[in-house]
Design a binder for this molecule. Structure first.
Ligand SMILES: NC(=O)c1ccc[n+]([C@@H]2O[C@H](COP(=O)([O-])OP(=O)(O)OC[C@H]3O[C@@H](n4cnc5c(N)ncnc54)[C@H](OP(=O)(O)O)[C@@H]3O)[C@@H](O)[C@H]2O)c1
Length: 336
């Protein structure tokens, strides 16, 4: 426990991010000063928004800097504490470096209470992706029982939870994903009523109409581009589009033109609303309470894709952007 392995941003990507955009460095561990903690990092969250932070653009969250250690939602164990609010052995969550150990002054950290749920679930179904699913479906989409919800990137961290929450609420739920195995999992594990493989589809609109023959009331949009366009054409009157993410555009250097079919927003009286989950702390807490008991009684299913070792974090990140993950992508950095 004397060396710290870190992943730094080597260069800003142009188009698709590659392993050349990252560098692995090692340095000696420094002792925490008064008021600080040394945290042994255990699980790291891998998220699509990180791609945006690799660009030098103003956004709701500042860009990563070239040469610096990248940041992620992290769960770790306090190894050394010189901060009165934390004891050695406490399990904490915070935005920390892609590294084996982090030094923190405690700002922005929260303690994770001991529950029956595995620790890593606090990065997924009991963390930000689960909150995003709940806030998007209920606060932005205002889902009503009996409505049809369509979810893109349906088998991912957010999408696999949206489908289950929508079913629990009495909605009909349909989605799309990139492989037959993912589509089977949507139906068999995550409770989707219908799903299709968008990579096999010769016409997205036809495929969508097959799985949503009466149209869509809520489009939970995770992808953008052509899938969004097909969903827009399929909306029912008074439908809501929950703008959660547009992952199909994240590696584009040039901005893409908007979807065709925008006229239907007027004619069908549609609402399109974006959101950032961290702006909804109350609803997020409301969700975590509900999800904890739904997990305990087996109402909710959960799936993770786990990469091993901090040095594999760049590949895990690139793989997630390409769709190699099922459910939430995380990296296990150390054993608890
Ligand atoms: N608004 C918020 O506060 C908020 C918070 C969290 C996440 N998000 C957004 O929610 C979305 C899902 O995030 P997540 O963390 O749950 O990631 P995820 O779905 O676990 O992983 C990303 C998935 O996107 C799909 N994908 C990638 N490129 C695609 C393309 N060109 N066309 C179609 N699908 C593509 C892949 O699934 P396939 O194999 O099926 O293609 C991949 O598995 C992202 O857009 C993210 O930015 C928003």
């Amino acid at each position: 426990m004397t060396r710290n392995k870190q992943i730094r941003l080597a260069s800003r990507p142009s188009g698709w991010v590659t392993t050349d955009n990252f560098t692995v460095t090692e340095e000696s561990l420094t002792d925490p000063e008064d008021g600080e903690l040394l945290i042994k990092n255990i699980f790291m969250s891998v998220d699509p928004y990180m791609r945006g932070r690799m660009n030098d653009v103003k956004s709701y969250i500042p860009p990563f800097q070239v040469g610096e250690v990248l940041q992620a939602g992290m769960i770790g164990e306090v190894a050394v504490s010189r901060n009165k609010d934390y004891a050695e052995g406490d399990i904490v969550f915070g935005m920390l470096g892609w590294e084996t150990f982090s030094v923190s002054d405690g700002m922005g950290l929260s303690k994770i209470p001991k529950t029956s749920a595995p620790l890593s679930y606090h990065l997924g179904i009991l963390g930000m992706p689960g909150m995003t699913a709940y806030v998007g479906l209920h606060k932005i989409g205002r889902a009503k029982p009996g409505e049809t919800v369509f979810v893109s990137a349906a088998s991912g961290g957010v999408g696999s939870i949206v489908g289950q929450l929508a079913k629990l609420h009495g909605c009909r739920v349909a989605g799309c994903a990139s492989t037959d195995a993912k589509v089977a999992m949507l139906r068999d594990k995550f409770g989707y009523d219908a799903a299709f493989n968008y990579r096999n589809s010769t016409c997205l609109l036809t495929s969508l109409r097959e799985i949503c023959p009466d149209g869509i009331d809520i489009d939970f949009e995770n992808v953008g581009g052509e899938i969004f366009e097909a969903a827009l054409w399929s909306m029912r009157p008074n439908g809501r589009v929950v703008m959660c993410g547009m992952i199909s555009n994240y590696n584009d250097d040039e901005l893409q033109p908007g979807p065709r079919g925008m006229m239907s927003i007027i004619g069908k009286n549609l609402t399109i609303q974006g959101f950032i989950v961290t702006n909804y702390p109350e609803a997020s807490m409301e969700y975590v309470k509900k999800a904890s008991s739904w997990l305990e009684d087996g109402t909710l299913e959960y799936h993770e894709t786990i990469a091993e070792g901090i040095e594999n974090a760049p590949l895990a990140f690139i793989g997630m952007l390409k769709g190699n993950n099922i459910g939430k992508q995380i990296v296990r950095i150390a054993d608890i």
